[in-house]
Structure formats: structure tokens, C-alpha cells
Design a protein around this ligand. Sequence first.
Ligand SMILES: Cc1cc2nc3c(=O)[nH]c(=O)nc-3n(C[C@H](O)[C@H](O)[C@H](O)COP(=O)(O)OP(=O)(O)OC[C@H]3O[C@@H](n4cnc5c(N)ncnc54)[C@H](O)[C@@H]3O)c2cc1C
Length: 164
Amino acid sequence: MNERLAVGGASGMGWAQFLETARKTPGLDGGAAIKDSALREKLADWYVQAEGLKHTRNRTMTALSRGQTPGPESSIGKIVSAVQMQDLASNAIEMLDQFGIINDPDLAPMHAGFQGSFMFAPGLRIAGGTDEILKNIIAERVLGLPGDIRVDKDVAFKDMPTGR
Ligand SMILES: Cc1cc2nc3c(=O)[nH]c(=O)nc-3n(C[C@H](O)[C@H](O)[C@H](O)COP(=O)(O)OP(=O)(O)OC[C@H]3O[C@@H](n4cnc5c(N)ncnc54)[C@H](O)[C@@H]3O)c2cc1C
């Protein structure tokens, strides 16, 4: 959980950097990319997610300040921020057109921050617990849904059946 809290905060480039870049980048119709309604819809989604994450993090900080251990809801931060990082970075790279493929801080907009996020995001979706594991945790321990089928429950690793 400690690692999830730490890596969940590694959000890279956020909606504000995307908005700033979209205002300066030419769009398909000759105006700025920010005029594109599909991009604006995406930006609204990322903003809402970022606000949700902020309040989830505040709950965690409140628990810590009271000497409590943060609960399994901290898994939400990691899964939402990693998926958002990948979505936001891939949209930014597409928006930047030929500049999107230049992974050079001296040449690419925002010092190639979007390119860095694009390369890092797939690993972030694995490190500290994969998306699937986090979904299991949220489903079972936050939402109280029935547990996943576990054929290895209470079985020592050395006694696990294998394909051999
Ligand atoms: C960038 C990066 C940095 C890392 N840094 C460290 C580090 O510093 N220290 C360290 O110890 N480790 C580190 N790791 C390893 C990381 O913790 C593991 O890769 C991660 O926990 C996933 O475990 P795994 O690779 O064994 O995948 P597996 O557990 O083998 O999972 C393989 C696939 O099966 C799915 N899966 C597995 N179990 C279930 C289930 N019950 N239900 C549904 N789907 C399931 C997974 O979601 C995944 O898609 C790092 C990994 C990355 C990518």
C-alpha cells in the first residue's frame, strides 16, 4: 500500500499541461487544438479524475494525521493515475503530430514531458500491483463484492499444481 501511494502520486504531465499545450498547438481546422470538441471532452474527464484523486489523497492524509493506517481505497489512486497518464500522454503525442515523435527535451514541447509519460505509463500500470490486482482489491475490500475464485488459497507455493 505504501508503494501504491508513492507511485500513484507519480502522475507526470496532467490536464493543466495538456490544456496549456492544446492552446498553442495547431488543430485540424487551422485553429488551436483546444477548439476540438473531442479533446475538450477528454480534458473534462481528466480534470474530474484529478479532482477525485485529490479528495481521495486528502482522505488518506487525514487518516495518517489521525494515526490511522490508510485503507485499501488507496489502490484507487494508483489505478486511476496510471491509466490517466497513459491516456493523456498518447492523446498529447497524437495532438503534437510530428513533434510527438521527438523525445528530446530541447526540441519537443513541454520538454518532452508527454513523451516521458508515454514511455513510463505502461510500466506504472504493472509496478506496485497490476491493474487487475488493484481491481480485485477495490472490488473485494472497498466495495465488498464476492471474492475471486482462488484455487491456490491456503496452498503452499511448493504444493501448487503446475503443468508438469
Ligand atoms: C517499472 C517497474 C518497476 C518495478 N519495480 C519493482 C521494485 O522496485 N521492486 C520489486 O520487488 N518489484 C518491482 N517491480 C515488479 C512488480 O511489482 C511486478 O511486476 C508486479 O507486481 C506484477 O507482478 P508480476 O510481474 O509477477 O506479474 P504476474 O503476477 O505474473 O501477473 C501477470 C498478469 O496476470 C494478471 N494476474 C495475476 N494475478 C491475477 C489475479 N488474481 N486476477 C487477475 N489477473 C491476475 C496480472 O494482472 C498480469 O496482467 C516493478 C515492475 C515494473 C513494471
